[in-house]
Design a protein around this ligand. Structure first.
Ligand code: ADP
Length: 585
């Protein structure tokens, strides 16, 4: 779980740099827009006494002028909004894109610890909120602040003493606003974390719904969900209560301030320090301050909430990254597939080794079966071969190249994985096999034929263009596996890592997958996490792993001749197979 921390919007400024041209034009429009306000206040000062004195011609002239100023101002506002909207939206788009790119680089083991629901929330809702703040800051906060400055400067020019009195009231408002702001931010942070937690729980719940139903655990899940929803409501309510309190308090102080200024102004006119016309302009200007102040207050709150979102987004940056490639990484070239593990030790936590001193030599084209109980370290070994993780001790060499010294992407093009449970993205079958690689349709078909998938794909309603549903639910388990095999062999890898599916396929589906696998394995070095006796028996070498150590190594016959861990495992599996065979028939 992430912990919120401070991070500023200032760090987003470099993202604005490419948009300087539009920003400049937007800025010019903004200056025209803002400059019209004091002019309008001045016109108000001319208009009010003229109306009072019944000077119709003057009134008409001033109104005509005011209309022109309004027209120019509104046109400038339109220009400003149009010019600034583009960069504002682009910055939030860039931010989201950057974060996603960073997410793709986060170390896999760190990624596994993060809740997918929480992450999704961050990259959608939090990113939206930050985008909104960026948009508002450029589009609304900046012109409001400038309007405040311009109008106030005009007021000082009109009567500095009265302006001083006005200014004395301002810090009171400012202190109150910032006090509220800090609280709103804290409350918003809590409330957003609650939504994230809720999203995390929802993610888990949706995945686990069938299981929950199977265990009749709906009331338990509902209770957990209700509790989470209640926490969210409470956190949100706290934010809303603060906001509800803030508006009337700040509003009342503003009103009291204006009335005080009016009283002082009246006294100034009486003492001859100011004339009626200037005072009318002054009051008009004063009224023109209310709007920007109110915008700034609201935006300040949103800014605080956005800050909370931004700091949650920035947490992704702090997750550990995949170590970068060495600067002088060796080019791999086409590999044969000779693999050598020399005294390899690895632990997810440096002081807790999961693999101990593994030594193994695999000749190109050999098939090696990895067997051992769950938790023995088989998947961890795969993660080292794909360089998801790097061995703390020892070396892994592929055709003499040390894995830590080659480019990860190059390595992964030649070491392909067929996972136990395949993930497919929604899209066509051909796209699932291509997985982003630029290869011809012919190559895709060849890979599918090799994986024994071509015939079933041709039988689908739209052949290779058939759209897969999310998680490939419109294909059977066996079909999905064959798609996964085709995907793995498409790049003609030298090494194939297979994690045999344990889920029961019916005999026919299994035979089809086996045929695909057998063809896919031809001419490659294959490491297979083996669950089936048949696979193990046919392997050139069998590595028996237990608690991260190789406790037995040899061919099936060699290992069966010994009374070791392997024979024990085999006998147990044979009994299990026999049992399941008798239950089926
Ligand atoms: P196998 O594939 O043989 O079932 P694994 O390689 O998955 O075994 O796990 C080996 C050991 O490493 C286990 O003790 C497991 O708890 C631990 N382990 C696996 N993945 C992680 C991870 N991402 N972070 C920390 N420990 C892990």
């Amino acid at each position: 779980m992430f912990s919120p921390s401070k991070a500023g919007f200032r760090r987003l400024l470099p993202l604005l740099r490419p948009h300087m041209r539009r920003l400049t034009w937007g800025g010019v429009c903004m200056l025209i827009y803002v400059g019209c306000w004091p002019l309008l206040a001045w016109l108000a000062g001319q208009l009010i006494p003229a109306i009072g004195a019944g000077e119709l011609i003057l009134v008409i002239k001033v109104i005509a002028l005011a209309l022109c100023v309004f027209l120019v101002q509104k046109l400038a506002q339109f220009g400003q909004d149009i010019m600034l909207a583009g960069p504002a939206l682009r910055v939030s788009q860039d931010l989201r894109r950057d974060l996603f790119a960073q997410l793709q680089k986060v170390e896999l083991r760190a990624l596994e610890k993060l809740s997918s629901g929480d992450l999704t929330y961050r990259l959608t809702e939090d990113a939206d909120r930050v985008g909104e703040v960026i948009y508002k800051t450029i589009q609304d906060t900046t012109p409001s602040a400038l309007q405040l400055l311009a109008v106030f400067a005009y007021m000082v020019w009109l009567d500095w003493q009265l302006s001083l009195a006005t200014l004395l009231l301002a810090p009171l408002v400012a202190i109150l606003v910032s006090q509220f702001g800090a609280r709103v931010m804290k409350a918003a942070e809590r409330s957003q974390q609650q939504v994230s937690d809720l999203a995390g729980l929802l993610g888990e719940a949706i995945q686990g719904l069938p299981l929950v139903r199977a265990f009749a655990a709906e009331p338990w899940l509902q209770k957990r969900f209700d509790a989470e929803v209640d926490l969210h409501r409470q956190a949100r309510y706290k934010t809303l209560r603060l906001l509800a309190l803030q508006h009337p308090v700040v509003g009342f102080i503003e009103a009291a301030g204006i009335l005080t200024v009016l009283a002082i102004g009246a006294a100034r006119i009486q003492s001859g320090g100011m004339d009626g016309q200037s005072f009318s302009s002054y009051v008009a200007a004063l009224l023109m301050l209310i709007d920007p102040i109110s915008h700034l207050t609201t935006n300040f709150n949103e800014f605080q909430q956005g800050q909370a979102s931004l700091s949650r987004l920035r947490e992704i940056e702090r997750e550990p990254r995949e170590p970068p490639d060495l600067e002088h990484a060796q080019p791999l070239g086409r590999l044969k597939g000779d693999l050598l593990l020399s005294h390899v030790s690895y632990g997810y936590e440096p002081d807790q080794l999961v693999l101990h001193d593994l030594c193994l030599e695999v000749k190109a084209g050999q098939v090696v079966a990895l067997v051992g109980p769950s938790g023995a370290g088989k998947s961890t070994l795969f993660s080292l071969l794909l360089r998801f993780n790097t061995a703390q001790q020892g070396r892994i060499l592929l055709d003499g190249h040390q894995l830590s010294q080659v480019k990860a992407q190059e390595l992964r093009r030649q070491v392909a994985l067929v996972p136990q449970r395949t993930t497919v993205f929604s899209g066509s079958v051909a796209e699932a096999i291509r997985f982003g690689r630029q290869v011809s349709d012919q190559k895709v078909k060849e890979a599918a034929s090799l994986a024994n998938a071509h015939d079933f794909i041709m039988g689908l309603p739209d052949g290779y263009s058939t759209q897969l549903e999310e998680r490939g639910t419109n294909l059977s388990g066996g079909q999905l596996q064959r798609v996964a095999i085709a995907r793995a062999v498409l790049g003609n890898p030298a090494v194939l890592l297979l994690d045999e599916a344990t889920s029961a396929l019916d005999a026919e589906a299994e035979a089809a997958v086996q045929l695909g696998l057998r063809r896919a394995m031809q001419g490659r070095t294959v490491l297979v996490i083996a669950h089936r006796l048949a696979t193990v028996q046919e392997a050139d070498q069998i590595v028996v792993l237990d608690q991260g150590r190789i406790c037995d190594l040899g061919s099936h016959d060699e290992l069966m001749a010994r009374t070791g861990r392997y024979r024990e495992l085999c006998e147990r599996q044979m009994i299990r197979d026999l049992q399941s065979a008798t239950t089926i028939h």
